[in-house]
Ligand binder design. Structure first.
Ligand SMILES: [Zn+2]
Ligand SMILES: [Zn+2]
Length: 310
């Protein structure tokens, strides 16, 4: 086989199927950085005076998000950047992620805050999983609590934005999941910046989330993180599973046969989103404060408190 060349003349290391382009190491990295900046700019994700907290997991996606965000924010004096990581208490897994995150943040010179489920709920994900019924999804339990902790702690840190490591695959999966489940309300809350909720009565309890990696495929983030030798933890959570992974497998098959499919799912969703938001406007439940934890909720007791019995 002839070695394919990048348009700059150097040896290509990656073939971007959906564009039909061969890219060398340098041009590939540049294209990722360009895409990231473009997404941040296009959706006005950052503004002067912001305090951006990156929600780290210690994995490749959020580590890359922090690395790229730092590249944008570092030269600016009007924006503050820090990071947080949640310790759910998953033995042998999260402790390694936290070690990687600590090393990474130290090297980058970014302050890292660690919050523990044990301190906040009095129990860990490991405890919860032991009592989980086979028909219940582990990621639902953990995810609900994670989202609440991230929001609560972001408010405590006086963050104006939470930067998430969600990429194209995550977003395309979520679009399909909401569609397949018929969850219009949840779908209406997606999008590149979740500022929507903050404009509602009681919405000031939410810290807007930004997703600057949403137009970059997972595969490319992995390659980028490896080229840049970013310090991340490579293993997956031992509890990972459920509906999302069925959808993921389906998308993977489709994308292989029809390159660009994940992009078209997201692009089409973005076009429908304004209509979705309008359609739920009058039916969506009011935002209340959870009686137990004070976090925003559509019911008197929030999902996390109900699931975690807190
Ligand atoms: Zn090149
Ligand atoms: Zn609650």
């Amino acid at each position: 086989m002839i070695a394919m060349k990048c348009s700059c003349g150097k040896k290509a290391i990656f073939f971007r199927k959906y564009e039909g382009t061969h890219l060398c190491r340098i041009c590939f990295c540049r294209s990722i950085e360009r895409k990231f900046r473009k997404t941040v700019g296009k959706y006005h994700m950052i503004s002067p005076g912001d305090h951006i907290v990156v929600a780290l997991s210690g994995g490749k996606d959020s580590t890359t998000a922090l690395y790229l965000m730092n590249g944008i924010v570092k030269p600016r004096r009007d924006i503050r950047l820090s990071a947080m990581i949640i310790d759910e208490g998953i033995r042998g897994f999260r402790s390694e992620c936290i070690k990687a995150a600590k090393r990474f943040c130290k090297n980058l010179g970014v302050e890292l805050h660690v919050f523990r489920f044990r301190d906040l709920y009095g129990k860990t994900t490991d405890h919860i999983m032991k009592k989980l019924n086979p028909e219940e999804e582990p990621c639902t339990y953990c995810g609900v609590a994670r989202r609440r902790v991230i929001n609560k702690m972001a408010r405590k840190l006086k963050a104006t934005k939470v930067c998430m490591g969600l990429h194209l695959d995550d977003e395309a999966e979520s679009v399909l999941m909401n569609y397949l489940r018929g969850d219009l309300l949840r779908a209406s809350r997606m999008g590149p910046v979740t500022e929507y909720s903050t404009t509602k009565n009681g919405g000031s309890l939410f810290v807007p989330r930004i997703k600057p990696l949403r137009e970059i495929p997972e595969e490319e983030i992995k390659i980028y993180a490896n080229i840049k030798k970013l310090d991340y933890y490579k293993k997956h959570c031992p509890y990972r599973g459920g509906f999302r992974f069925e959808v993921k497998a389906m998308l993977k098959k489709l994308e292989k046969k029809h390159p660009g499919m994940k992009f078209s799912i997201l692009e089409n969703f973005d076009k429908i989103l304004p209509c979705l938001r309008k359609s739920v406007k009058y039916t969506e439940p009011k935002i209340l404060k959870c009686r137990k934890c004070g976090e925003p909720s559509s019911r008197k007791i929030c999902n996390a408190c109900e699931l975690w019995g807190n």
